[in-house]
Ligand binder design. Structure first.
Ligand SMILES: Nc1ncnc2c1ncn2[C@@H]1O[C@H](COP(=O)(O)OP(=O)(O)O)[C@@H](O)[C@H]1O
Ligand SMILES: [Mg+2]
Length: 298
């Protein structure tokens, strides 16, 4: 597969991936998604045995599921929960949700493999990753959203947090209300009910930024932010955090400090090496590991 110009290119040195197949049965997935009841599943299993059919074929023959239910369940079983038109108001910018078999999403999965080897290794201290970059428009939001989707597609309990309290966009990408979110949690006006599940994805949740506060830096500097991150890292396998551009001030450093790991995005023909080096140094000074870099060729 030849990369296209608009591809996100993972420039972390390749170390080889692992097959990442889900193990849940089609029946269990159909039950989880509310397509069939457990009683239906038992009837399907009996019928499948009697007729020597596969579970999916038996379910369709009994008119308890449609071909597209089975296709979607099969896709989920092989690691690819994805959306079908009319099913969701997730934006088409979230390419991993709509076109999981495209080359561009393939490179996101390559990045996921690298991150599994280098950061999300099962260490409880390495569950959070902030996406940082020097300037607005580099592609942090795009990468954070799509990376969260590909992690959730392999069955990791995944949370995407929009910590860009200045120009938040994740709620738009996922078609969510932004009346409550990180800002209201940090201001102690709401609790973790501000976290929203994304329909169609078993393991994906989003904490939107919430209403834009007058004092983003002060909110992110509160101990409540560290406490929240601590709590979330016990509840999720993977927490991806979108951040404001470094050019907007030191918000991203506060996020990097809590995340302990960052991925740097650089936009082709725009981001300078000098800016990247400076942001990476600030992240390290905040106590974070620069886990890798992504060159956004868009
Ligand atoms: N790899 C990409 N492929 C397609 N569109 C992209 C890509 N990277 C960024 N964009 C688009 O560029 C614009 C700015 O990206 P965004 O992620 O919002 O930047 P940032 O969050 O760094 O300010 C958005 O419209 C986004 O959809
Ligand atoms: Mg953004």
């Amino acid at each position: 597969m030849k990369p296209t110009q608009s591809q996100i290119v993972n420039v972390i040195p390749a170390m080889g991936g692992q097959p990442l197949l889900g193990s849940t049965s089609i029946g269990a997935m159909l039950i989880d998604s509310g397509r069939i009841t457990p009683e239906d599943a038992e009837r399907i299993i009996r019928f499948a045995k009697e007729q020597s059919l596969r579970f999916g074929d038996a379910a369709v023959a009994m008119k308890l599921a449609t071909e597209s239910d089975i296709q979607l369940a099969l896709a989920r079983q092989f690691d690819y929960p994805y959306l079908t038109p009319g099913q969701s108001n997730v934006s088409d910018e979230v390419i991993a949700a709509w076109t999981p078999f495209s080359d561009r999403v393939e490179s996101l999965r390559a990045l996921r493999s690298q991150l599994l080897l280098r950061w999300f290794t099962g260490d409880p201290q390495q569950k959070i990753l902030a996406i940082v970059s020097p300037a607005s428009g580099d592609g942090r939001t795009h990468l954070a959203a799509n990376l969260a989707v590909v992690f959730s597609q392999m069955g990791e309990r995944t949370l995407l947090v929009d910590a860009d309290l200045r120009h938040p966009r994740q709620h738009e990408l996922f078609g969510l209300k932004n009346a409550s979110g990180l800002s209201t949690v940090l201001a102690e006006r709401t609790g973790s009910e501000a976290i929203q599940r994304i329909a169609g994805f078993v393991d994906l949740s989003v904490l939107p930024a919430g209403p834009t506060p007058p004092n983003p830096l002060e909110l992110l500097g509160r101990p409540a932010f560290g406490d929240l991150m601590q709590q979330l890292s016990t509840e999720y396998d993977v927490v991806i955090i979108d951040t404001p551009a470094a050019s907007f001030g030191s918000d991203y450093q506060l996020v990097a400090q809590k995340a302990k790991g960052v991925v740097m995005v650089a936009r082709q023909n725009r981001t300078t090496m000098e800016d990247c080096t400076e942001v990476a140094e600030e992240c390290r000074a905040a106590g974070a590991n620069v886990v890798g870099g992504v060159l956004n060729e868009q």
